[in-house]
Ligand binder design. Sequence first.
Ligand SMILES: Nc1ncnc2c1ncn2[C@@H]1O[C@H](COP(=O)(O)OP(=O)(O)O)[C@@H](O)[C@H]1O
Ligand SMILES: [Mg+2]
Length: 396
Amino acid sequence: MKKQALEQNTGDAAKTGRPLMEEIRRLKRKVARLEKAEMERGRAEAARRESEEKYRTLIESTGDLIFIVNEKGIYTYVNPQFERATGYSVRDLIGQPFTFLVAPEHIESTIRRFRKGIRGEYTLPYDAHLVHRNGEKIPVEFLVTTQYDATGRAVGRFGIGRDITERKRAEEILRQQSRQLRILSARLTEAEESERKRIARELHDQVGQNLTVVGINLSIVRSKLPAEEMKMLRARLEDSMVLVEEITEFTRGLMSDLRPPDMDILGLVASIGWFAERFSMRTGVDVVVEGEEIQPRPNPDVENNVFRIAQEVLNNVAKHARARRVGIRIEACDAILRVVITDDGIGFDPSRVRRMEEQGGWGIMTMTERAESIGGRFVLESEPGKGTCVTLEVPL
Ligand SMILES: Nc1ncnc2c1ncn2[C@@H]1O[C@H](COP(=O)(O)OP(=O)(O)O)[C@@H](O)[C@H]1O
Ligand SMILES: [Mg+2]
């Protein structure tokens, strides 16, 4: 009975003995192969699910706005971040055109960019405002790329948007602060200028004139003193007269440092020449000034600022450069007034000065401000061991 069944099972091929064993082995191998393939498929499926999960978590937990629009500009995917940023649910947005969220003033440019992208052209990252459900505008930085199907046809756009409210706010604060700093620094320059004038006037009116009177009085005393008293007091008297003269000289020097010479009469080049000469006498540094008086005369504001800048450049040479020689070239060419001042001193690394400004080196900053206040620019070039060259250019 058993044998019969077996014979029936093996069918008409009537396989028995060795061929049957062969067949069983073949089937076993096949089953093993199938099992292995099935296992691999399972593993691949698990890996795919895991990786999908990973990307979903990434896309859904990022702070950025991630979206896909089809070739008609309709949202087919938006990540949950949209809900937080715009107040609309993911369901509200899917099926809407992307312009639904864009602020009116940016719709046209955004559509233009979308069409360009769909045509296969590259589009740069850009900023645009989205409108929150509550009407508030949100500045967003977008990076959008076109998606293609296997045949190379554009099927939509994939984008990442980043809420840059904080960045914009920080930028605005920075802009305001630097505007305030500029105003402050201009005021400071102005205040310095008027304070200098005031001190010079006081020196002239009070100290200078009183010194003159003291000098005259001393001469009178000297001429009127009887001979025997004169003997006793002569040395003191003469000493005092010399002191008065020295103080007068010193005050005069101080005054002319404080107040530019009468530029109206002298002209800019001569005024710089006059200051350079005094500077040379005071410091022993050789200064050569080249250039003709500028015709027609620049306006007084330009002349005054250029003079002050030249003065500060020379003061820096005296303070820091250890130079032997300074060259100043002043020329007007193509409606640009150019002043170039070079020294052969020790030089320095200008990139280090920016940090020092915080500690007080106001000179370079003030010169830059002065140049900008008359529409010009101030450029300082220097290198340790190579001297310093300052170029000032002002449109006339
Ligand atoms: N001609 C120069 N030669 C060498 N160093 C200079 C020269 N001019 C400026 N510096 C450097 O730049 C710094 C900043 O100059 P400045 O802003 O005028 O400030 P301050 O003169 O008050 O130090 C100086 O402290 C000095 O180190
Ligand atoms: Mg200085």
